[in-house]
Design a protein around this ligand. Structure first.
Ligand code: CU
Ligand code: ZN
Length: 498
């Protein structure tokens, strides 16, 4: 007997093919019927979806929601966008493995972990009762710091750039294997960040091999996204081929004005490698600004003045009044320079916890990226709700539908839905998800394709989109007509390669 029936929807099944009008019946956590659903028992909930599109729930392939799964288990900012599954552990930073009780230096967890491995983290997530599903990558920066120590600490030793010893590399590799055994979908790096930036390619290959052994993938925030973008893409391709596993290039971009347009060349390298037998996919966020921990982008001894010019403060515990403002404007007001503002903030107590937004990306490059058939969507939102986070945290998926599909016609609605559902679900091993068919999990989003719109802006970023009518996770209605129901039907998923 169906528990929930959605009637008269325009159903897009996630395949990219044309939709069909019809009904979808759900029993428990699965879809049981698609098409013409006859009368069902009086106990079933019915939703009339006339004029609305019903598609698989969106998969956010690039998140930093590892801590939010526990601290904000309603994941309201993701559910309201139509997301039903997340990929955690990106850019080399993952919640597990960890040393229980040790302070969280990544800033992603927002507190000391109580777990030591992915199994323990998954148990903590389950206990928190998340509204949404997630699968995890295991992060290079995390395991390197766990095994070798924090190069930012006074006790690390004189050589920040040192390579791991054979024993250390072995312990790091064992962490990757263990995470894979416990359900991770792959291994991630963030090679611009500390301490990953001190690693050389062979170290990464060695660790990626352990993910390859378990059929996982390699997801990378590559070593350089600006002047040396192409070399960094080549390195990722090499890692994939040497370690023998698929590659996901995270938040593909060419940063810095003089590099704009270079994504064409970098996508050409990806196509060439794929034609020669590699298996490379990518993701992008639909905004011209990036965001992340400011301390990681600046060398205090030699502040990058060009970058300082395009910095805006998202969250700044040292100077709350700076939140939402550009460093250039603050400098003009204070009679200093943007570089001096950055220096002042980073050297203040708690200054290293600053999250910034940097306007470094070309709008045309975003469209080039979105046209690529192997391009997925990842928000890359950083969850610090105290300040003014990058609007991508609240707006990414509706922005694709509103701006890039409806207004700009960069891709069709059917194709956009495929890139946000079945493509990522297969890539990240979310079995029986990302499609609307009998037997699949009932992870669904119902939206008004003509009206859906992101309303989060840089000035006012914590705004949920409009036009998302309902979000269903594992058969439970998590969101309906602007209201979060409190359903906590999300699950930690184990990677199941297809
Ligand atoms: Cu990231
Ligand atoms: Zn990144």
């Amino acid at each position: 007997m169906a528990d929930l029936v959605i009637r008269n929807a325009h159903v897009l099944d996630g395949s990219g093919g044309p939709g069909a009008d019809g009904d979808v019946a759900i029993e428990g956590d699965r879809i049981v019927e698609v098409g013409d659903v006859g009368p069902v028992g009086a106990t079933a909930t019915e939703i009339d979806a006339d004029g609305l599109v019903l598609s698989p729930g969106f998969v956010d392939v690039h998140t930093h929601d590892d801590g939010a799964m526990i601290r904000h288990p309603d994941l309201a900012f993701k559910v309201a966008q139509g997301c039903t599954s997340l990929v955690l552990g990106n850019c080399g930073f993952s919640a597990a493995p960890a040393e229980p009780g040790q302070p969280d230096t990544s800033g992603l967890l927002g507190g000391a972990p109580s777990w030591s491995d992915l199994e323990g983290y998954a148990a903590a997530v389950t206990a928190a009762g998340p509204a949404i599903n997630a699968v995890a990558l295991v992060g290079h920066n995390t395991i390197r710091q766990l095994v070798m120590g924090d190069p930012g600490s006074a006790t690390y030793g004189p050589d920040k750039r040192r390579e791991p010893t054979v024993a250390e590399l072995g312990r790091m590799a064992d962490h990757v294997s263990r995470a894979m055994e416990q359900g991770a979908c792959g291994f991630s790096t963030g090679l611009i960040y500390e301490p990953g930036r001190y690693s050389r390619t062979p170290e990464v290959i060695e660790l990626a091999r352990r993910a390859a052994d378990a059929g996982g993938l390699y997801a990378s925030h590559i070593r350089n996204e600006g002047d040396r973008l192409l070399e960094a893409v080549d390195e990722a391709i090499t890692i994939g081929s040497e370690a023998g596993l698929p590659v996901q290039l995270s938040h593909h971009k060419a940063s810095g004005r003089r590099n704009w347009g270079k994504v064409v060349e970098s996508l050409a390298r990806v196509d060439e490698a794929n034609a020669a037998g590699a298996d490379i996919t990518l993701d992008v966020y639909p905004y011209t600004a990036g965001s992340g921990p400011m301390a990681q982008y600046f060398d205090l001894a030699d502040i990058n003045t060009e970058l300082a010019e395009v910095i805006r403060f998202a969250s700044c515990p040292a100077f709350r009044a700076y939140e939402g403002r550009m460093a250039v404007d603050i400098a003009a007001e204070e009679g200093s320079t943007p570089a001096e503002v950055i220096h002042k903030v980073l050297t203040a107590p708690e200054g290293r916890r600053t999250i910034c937004i940097q306007f470094i990306i070309d709008e045309g490059d975003i469209e080039t990226n979105l046209r690529h058939p192997r391009m997925m969507v990842g928000s890359d939102g950083v969850v610090d709700l105290a300040g003014r986070p990058h609007p991508r945290l609240f707006g990414t998926f509706p922005r694709i539908l509103a701006h890039y599909v409806r207004d700009r016609g960069v891709l069709t609605l059917e194709e956009a839905v495929r890139r946000m559902t079945s493509l990522p679900a297969r890539r990240f091993g979310l079995a029986d998800r990302g499609e609307v068919r009998a037997g699949a999990f009932a992870d669904l989003v119902l939206f008004d394709a003509a009206a859906v719109v992101d309303t989060a802006t840089y000035d006012d970023p914590k705004q949920e989109p409009t036009g998302i009518d309902a979000v269903i996770v594992n058969g439970a209605v998590a969101y309906r007509s602007g209201t979060h129901t409190g359903a906590a039907a999300g699950r930690m998923l184990r990677y199941e390669p297809s």
